[in-house]
Design a protein around this ligand. Structure first.
Ligand SMILES: [Fe+2]
Length: 231
């Protein structure tokens, strides 16, 4: 089974994964997945906090998959060795925590899933480079090119799109533009193009700290959604 939830921000927003909030996990195994849509925050200080977080995730029945958000320590993430997993590239953070790298298409539970983390921080002015903000929050040109290549390889057809930020048009239609007035950037424009050219059943994203649905798009934050093949 696959479940999807939104930003966990290290320990700040991870209560939703507790057994009380998410009782279904009692019946899950390591072959079941919970996908965090970015701002996972479990690789942050490379020290005590990370060990505590990863130990807690290690005690969960399920395997946690996450795409990166803007609020990740991208320098630390980039230090993990790259592995192939279910058709795409990953960083294996621990036995049951996996970082799905940008622009990859994975086959999980028979579903083709395009994953692409990254987003532009709106709170950049309150953060320090290399301590709480990293330029790698936005994809590189190679990562955009790899995304296009991987989508071409599967004929431009996937079941799910999972990203941290959303296509610009979706940000507008979900009426988040008041809060995210600076949302338009290279990545949201790239996602606009994908939204128009890729054949997909559903698109899940996080980043905007709200729960809302609009047609094929779901913004996920506090809720945990069970993903069905025909969503
Ligand atoms: Fe966030």
């Amino acid at each position: 089974m696959i479940y999807i939830t939104g930003d966990t921000h290290a320990m700040i927003d991870w209560e939703k994964l507790n057994t009380r909030e998410f009782p279904e996990q009692k019946d899950l195994t390591r072959d079941d997945y919970v996908i965090v849509l970015g701002d996972f925050g479990g690789v942050w200080d490379g020290d005590k906090q990370d060990r505590h977080i990863l130990k807690t995730y290690a005690q969960r029945n399920f395997t946690t998959l996450f795409i990166d958000g803007n609020h990740e320590n991208h320098d630390l993430l980039d230090k993990y060795p790259v592995e192939e997993w279910n058709g795409g590239k990953i960083h294996r953070i621990s036995d049951n925590v996996i970082h799905l790298m940008r622009g990859q298409v994975f086959t999980i539970e028979g579903m083709k899933i395009f994953a692409m983390g990254g987003a532009e921080s709106t709170d950049r002015e309150y953060r320090r480079e290399g301590e709480s903000w990293w330029a790698r929050e936005m994809p590189s040109q190679e990562e955009y090119a790899e995304a296009v290549r991987n989508l071409e390889k599967c004929g431009g057809r996937v079941d799910l799109m999972i990203t941290h930020c959303a296509p610009e048009a979706t940000v507008l239609s979900l009426n988040m533009h008041g809060v995210y007035s600076r949302s338009k950037n290279e990545l949201t424009s790239f996602f606009d193009t994908l939204a128009q050219t890729i054949n997909y059943n559903h698109w899940f994203f996080g980043h905007y700290h709200n729960d809302s649905d609009c047609g094929k798009y779901s913004l996920v934050y506090d809720r945990i959604l069970k993903v069905e093949k025909r969503f």
